[in-house]
Design a protein around this ligand. Structure first.
Ligand SMILES: Cc1cc2nc3c(=O)[nH]c(=O)nc-3n(C[C@H](O)[C@H](O)[C@H](O)COP(=O)(O)OP(=O)(O)OC[C@H]3O[C@@H](n4cnc5c(N)ncnc54)[C@H](O)[C@@H]3O)c2cc1C
Length: 393
């Protein structure tokens, strides 16, 4: 792969609105991605392996629990810093960002928010340092966009619960030490359950042959009469709102992360267009390529402003689920469109692993589908503005 010469576009001087802390956190993550992710990521994506060697580095830049308080091992940062870290990691690879998102927003967040003190002390510091890794089990083979129909269940056996069912498309599943799993009790109420790797009857077969997020490990979670100690149930919240609260936090991170992938594609295409000579001049001097590049930068700039304002609202505790949906949907679509355009700017070279663009493009095909599909986020906006939820009967 080519050396990483990335320079971030900041056309509307957004950096001047960031605090010293934001800039420090962002620049540390940016430098780490250049040093630790860029040199190895293409090989891992080609081999479809998750780069376990970067887990320690992810922990060091604060990617595991950026906004979790320091007393639990988190970085104690605000929501804009969290977003900036996700942006920088996804600039390297969406699969690596997925691992960080899952660990922070889908595993640490529910344990911190819905867990009791004992659960927080037991799991959060180890998750923050990367000593243990987690995954989040909501999606099932027959229930994706409609998780409320889930059939995975827990049965009260007096001194413990029995967990049965299956989850699929679970990021980090093949190597996770713990899984935060959502299951219905006898009353049909959705509860959060912490399942540990060595529990009998629990297995995590890997999903192979993906063309997308190849450097992220995906798998199933199979539960066959898994004995769950009562202290492994998250007591703080139940019902569908509990997993949806986690998804709000992860989707917010994706709204920033997608900007990173888009910036990398734009920056790569701009540099290539300036260097590539056809018909005796750089292709950057042609109107058609300038149109592509100018439109890319316009869309990135709009997405940056959207994410920044959402971050301010999130810091104030005012960001709504519908606003987060709009930002995730807009920014991922923006990124996938830019990846497709940037790929064309590079001509034939755009399809090779010498450059990051095709990998970003394929990764974004998952990002546009997971954490709520592109359609579902549109329907969330539709329901919010009309008062009529069109996705349910
Ligand atoms: C690589 C990857 C990693 C993932 N990681 C995780 C994870 O860690 N944990 C986890 O729990 N899940 C994970 N997922 C699952 C992901 O969240 C689901 O794939 C997603 O929610 C969509 O569900 P589905 O694939 O079953 O599609 P479906 O729900 O079957 O949807 C199929 C199509 O129908 C459309 N559709 C559905 N309902 C409606 C409607 N009412 N109106 C109009 N159109 C509709 C959808 O938009 C979509 O285009 C992951 C998925 C992928 C691909």
């Amino acid at each position: 792969m080519k050396p990483d010469l990335f320079e971030a576009p900041d056309y509307f001087a957004l950096d001047s609105l960031l605090s010293q802390e934001h800039l420090l956190v962002r620049d540390a993550a940016r430098a780490w991605v250049k040093r630790a992710v860029s040199p190895i990521i293409e090989q891992h994506a080609q081999a479809a392996t998750f780069p376990t060697e970067i887990i320690g580095g992810l922990a060091e830049i604060g990617a595991f629990g950026p906004y979790i308080p320091q007393e639990y091992g988190g970085a104690g940062l605000d929501q804009i810093s969290y977003g900036l870290i996700m942006q920088e990691i996804e600039r390297g690879d969406s699969g690596v960002r997925s691992t960080a998102s899952v660990q922070s927003s889908l595993v640490m967040y529910p344990i911190f928010t819905y867990g009791n003190e004992q659960q927080r002390q037991k799991y959060l510091p180890k998750l923050a340092s990367g000593e243990i890794m987690g995954c989040f089990g909501l999606t099932e083979p027959d229930h994706g966009s409609n998780p409320s129909g889930m059939t995975t269940n827990i049965k009260d056996m007096g001194d413990h619960y029995l967990l049965n069912g299956a989850k699929m498309w679970i990021s980090n599943a093949p190597f996770a030490d713990i899984a935060v799993v959502w299951a219905k009790n006898e009353a049909g109420r959705i509860k959060g359950v912490i399942v540990e790797r060595d529990m009998e009857g629990f297995s995590t077969p890997e999903t192979h042959h993906k063309w997308s997020l190849r450097a992220s490990a995906t798998g199933e979670l199979i539960f066959s009469n898994v004995k769950i100690p009562k202290e492994n149930i998250l007591p703080g919240k139940d019902g569908l709102g509990a997993p949806l609260g986690c998804l709000d936090s992860a989707r917010y991170g994706i709204a920033w992360g997608a900007i990173g992938a888009a910036m990398d594609c734009y920056d790569t295409a701009l540099r290539y267009a300036k260097e590539r000579i056809q018909f005796g001049k750089p292709i950057a001097a042609t109107q058609l390529q300038q149109k592509k590049l100018a439109e890319m930068l316009t869309e990135i700039t709009k997405a940056q402003l959207l994410a920044f304002r959402l971050g301010q609202l999130k810091n104030e505790g005012k960001a709504t689920t519908a606003q987060i949906s709009m930002a995730k949907r807009n920014n991922v679509e923006m990124a996938i469109n830019i990846a497709r355009e940037a790929r064309q700017v590079l001509g034939g070279m755009g399809i090779t692993g010498e450059y990051s663009i095709m990998r970003h493009m394929m990764n974004l095909e998952s990002v546009i589908t997971y954490e709520g599909t592109h359609d579902i986020h549109l329907l969330i906006t539709g329901a919010d503005i009309t008062g009529h939820p069109a996705f349910s009967s």
